[in-house]
Design a protein around this ligand. Structure first.
Ligand code: PFF
Length: 444
């Protein structure tokens, strides 16, 4: 067995929690969560999302971290160590593949944020008097080379951080960027909560409209919880593998989930009052952050300052998440093939950059890859992880892994959730996604 220091380690609990919160808090919170809440009935979506975080997200987050911590291995190695000679390591492989797929388009969207920040800082974003933000966005997504340039820069930053190692690269980035990120959110919150549209914005976001939710919205909320907490692809197994056995788990897990959820809600509290102040469309979908919000900024004092601040926030959030996506592949290559970390980071990063080119170059491709990852790869990965911990791993071992470094309080509830509740809930998402195809087969 390799020594743990050769793989790297968090310096302690704070470093781990900030890095894991950095993984969780990302485009999912600031870009996706508000637009989905806007589309699916405001607080109706938020309530289902919160339920999913508590009942499915928390136990799965706990499971992934404890698997990593107990084995000190990447997702493939972790499952192979615990279940040699079985098919379970395939789940780890699925996670590594999901990391490649998600980061390929994640880098493109993060690239948009870089482009917007540059445009805001250089004074171009608000320069045209016609001020059509949807025109600006359409121009950007129609310009492949420009997107590839920003995606490439973003990937270079991600590769650089990961190549520096667990403590010097990933942990340090989390320790710097996470406090900055919360700071920026608070400044923006000051603007939005004193804006004229605050009452209508809060009403829109905080009042449940169940008629707009439907099954589709409920399932989107469950998928959102997965994506937002970085579950179902072994990112948290990987981060857990750098955690000491002497750190108690449930407290850290709760902190990560609370930080992630808080940031999603805060993003909604920043965006909706501003959107209502200027009578814009709150249910705009994916364009909410890239079209509607800049339209609101354009009508405020110091629009370039506000836009730079907001898109910087998006970049920071995306960077700490991208780092965790790349780290899954790097940990796998370092553990299994004994590649030096720098070689693994550059190699995997370069492949992912190339995989992202279709998302940057052809409109619409990105949505398909996103759907593949959120609707399929993560839920399948999460379901398998829940089945492994709940049914395959023996209960005594699960209890031992869960309790290491702490009192083991809450184990019974955890085990019930991971054994029954999580598989049923995730099974429902998958069925919902496969049902049209299955019923089509019979109808045909
Ligand atoms: N949690 C990230 C977000 O909300 O943007 C995305 C993500 C990161 C998903 C890492 C999965 C993952 F393993």
């Amino acid at each position: 067995m390799e020594s743990s220091t050769a793989r790297g380690n968090w310096s302690g609990r704070v470093g781990f929690v900030l890095a894991a919160a950095g993984s969780a808090i990302g485009l999912g919170n600031i870009w996706m969560f508000p637009y989905r809440a806007g589309q699916y009935g405001g607080a109706a979506f938020v309530l289902v999302y919160l339920g999913a975080v508590v009942l499915v997200g928390l136990p799965l987050l706990n499971s992934e971290i404890l698997l990593g911590r107990a084995t000190r291995r990447n997702p493939v190695g972790a499952l192979r160590l615990l279940s040699p000679g079985t098919g379970w390591p395939v789940v780890g492989w699925l996670g590594v593949i999901a990391g490649f797929v998600i980061l390929s388009y994640y880098g493109v969207v993060a690239g948009w944020a870089l482009d917007y920040t540059w445009m805001a800082v250089s004074g171009q974003l608000f320069s045209s008097t016609s001020g059509s933000m949807s025109g600006a966005f359409e121009k950007l997504v129609a310009n492949g080379p420009r997107q590839v340039l920003w995606q490439g820069l973003f990937m270079l930053a991600t590769i650089f951080i990961v190549s520096r190692g667990v403590e010097q690269g990933i942990e340090r980035t989390g320790k710097i960027l996470m406090p900055l990120l919360f700071g920026i959110v608070l400044v923006l919150l000051g603007y939005s909560l004193t804006s004229e549209g605050v009452e209508r914005g809060l009403d829109f976001f905080m009042r449940p409209r169940f008629s707009e939710l439907g099954w589709e919205g409920a399932l989107a909320a469950l998928g959102q919880a997965f994506f937002s907490l970085s579950l179902g692809m072994g990112a948290m197994i990987t981060y857990g593998s750098y955690l000491g056995e002497d750190e108690s788990l449930p407290g850290s897990v709760a902190m990560i989930a609370v930080a992630d959820t808080a940031l999603a809600i805060l993003a909604g509290l920043v965006i909706f009052p501003l959107v209502f102040t200027f009578n814009l469309e709150p249910s705009a979908g994916p364009g909410l952050v890239f079209i509607t919000l800049p339209q609101a900024f354009a009508m405020m004092p110091a629009p370039a300052f506000l836009a730079s601040l907001f898109f910087l926030l998006l970049i920071f959030a995306a960077l700490t998440s991208a780092v965790s996506l790349l780290e899954v592949a790097v940990a796998f290559l370092v553990d299994e093939f004994k590649l030096p970390r720098v070689t693994a980071s550059v190699g995997a990063g370069a492949i992912i950059f190339c995989l992202g080119l279709p998302s940057a170059l052809s409109e619409g491709f990105l949505d398909h890859v996103d759907a593949l990852a959120s609707n399929w790869l993560l839920p399948v990965g999460g379901l398998c992880t829940a089945l492994f911990v709940g049914w395959s791993l023996d209960r005594a071992a699960a209890r031992k892994f869960y309790s290491a470094g702490g009192s083991g309080r809450g184990f019974e509830l955890f085990h019930f959730c991971i054994k029954y509740l999580a598989p049923v809930a995730v099974g429902v998402i998958l069925l919902q996604n496969t049902w049209p195809a299955i019923s089509g087969l019979f109808a045909g």
